[in-house]
Design a protein around this ligand. Structure first.
Ligand SMILES: C[S@@+](CC[C@H](N)C(=O)[O-])C[C@H]1O[C@@H](n2cnc3c(N)ncnc32)[C@H](O)[C@@H]1O
Length: 315
């Protein structure tokens, strides 16, 4: 089974690691993973391109050629260069050791040039050969340039909107797949709905505030997304449980956005209504979760500023 590598940005590292692993398991429940610093290696039948397309915090991804025992690759490792006209070599040093990276990259390039027909092209190579150093193991891998779809447009914004990266990571952590439906009962400007739609997941959004309902609708229409937006109290979601597969939502904090009642009481009421067998990711102000009867399988704290840390609860 192929082994793929994912080098992650170091912001929110724990959640970033869990996200790529969750995406791999969404498509192949037997996927296995190991990680070294901000490198995750995943053994699975799902291509690295498919995982990287969905993931939020992946900086570089590709396929492992082999674990490195010496500094040199054998001819058999250059099969990947068979159809490439151009290549580049890159060193990713995730270890605490110091290397002369330009010198190493250039000697790797010379070595590969001797063993393959491909020419060095640093700007626009058909393939990139990676040498990744960590404090534990070192790896050779390769990657090809990947085209990512354009980000969904957000024509109307609001100060209380959720960072799209956190919305996307929450959807990925609960493993919603293309064709499934997400429900956000506190959809605001529609950030979670936009992210879901951009990944081929359908969405239903509810918001009791007419202004937020209209903003969400406009944001969906600007992208020609078909999400259903309903102006209603969140409790209406209980009447449509056969219409969605999971809930991803960011609860009111009682500061920037309107709220129908005390936010702590509201979250308690909301959690008591949650369906048992659906995938659930909710974000709330840290501390709000303490009195909830939710038993999350995992929680993540996201620091925003000195008076606001948010918690993501996954079930
Ligand atoms: C933190 S904001 C959600 C922000 C949203 N994730 C975004 O990116 O724009 C919470 C939203 O819950 C809505 N809300 C508050 N009380 C509600 C209720 N009882 N039923 C439905 N929506 C409610 C507010 O109008 C607000 O838009």
């Amino acid at each position: 089974m192929p082994e793929n590598f994912f080098i992650l940005s170091k912001d929110h590292l724990e959640i970033a690691k869990d996200e790529v692993i969750a995406i791999a398991k969404t498509y192949d429940r037997f996927a296995k993973s190991k990680s070294f610093s901000n490198l995750v290696i995943i053994q699975s039948n799902t291509s690295w391109e498919k995982i990287a397309r969905r993931a939020t915090f992946v900086k570089i991804s590709g396929q492992i050629l082999r674990k490195m025992s010496g500094l040199f690759l054998g001819e058999e490792n250059f099969e990947v260069l068979k159809n490439a006209k151009t290549f580049a070599c890159r060193i990713e040093n995730l270890s605490s050791k110091q290397f002369n990276i330009p010198e190493l990259e250039s000697s790797m390039g010379d070595m590969i040039s001797k063993l393959s027909q491909a020419q060095v092209n640093l700007k626009n190579p058909d393939i990139v050969i990676y040498l990744i150093f960590t404090n534990q193991e070192n790896f050779f891998g390769f990657s090809r340039p990947q085209k990512f779809a354009d980000r969904p447009k957000k024509v109307r914004k609001h100060p209380h909107e959720l960072d799209w990266k956190l919305a996307r990571v929450m959807i990925n952590l609960i493993g919603l797949k293309e064709g499934e439906t997400l429900c956000d009962p506190f959809c605001g400007t529609g950030t979670t709905l936009l992210e879901a739609e951009s990944m081929g997941i359908k969405a239903i959004g509810l918001d009791f505030d007419k202004k937020m309902y209209e903003i969400s609708k406009e944001n969906m229409e600007a992208n020609e997304f078909k999400s259903k937006i309903i102006k209603a109290d969140f409790s209406e979601f209980t009447k449509m449980q056969d219409k969605f597969d999971g809930i991803v939502t960011d609860l009111p904090y009682g500061t920037a956005s309107k709220v129908s009642e005390n936010p702590q009481e509201l979250i308690k009421k909301f959690v008591s209504m949650l369906p048992r067998r659906k995938k659930i990711a909710i974000m709330c102000k840290k501390g709000f979760e303490k009195k909830l009867n939710m038993n999350p399988s995992k929680t993540y704290d996201i620091f925003r500023h000195k008076s606001l840390t948010r918690t993501i609860l996954i079930k």
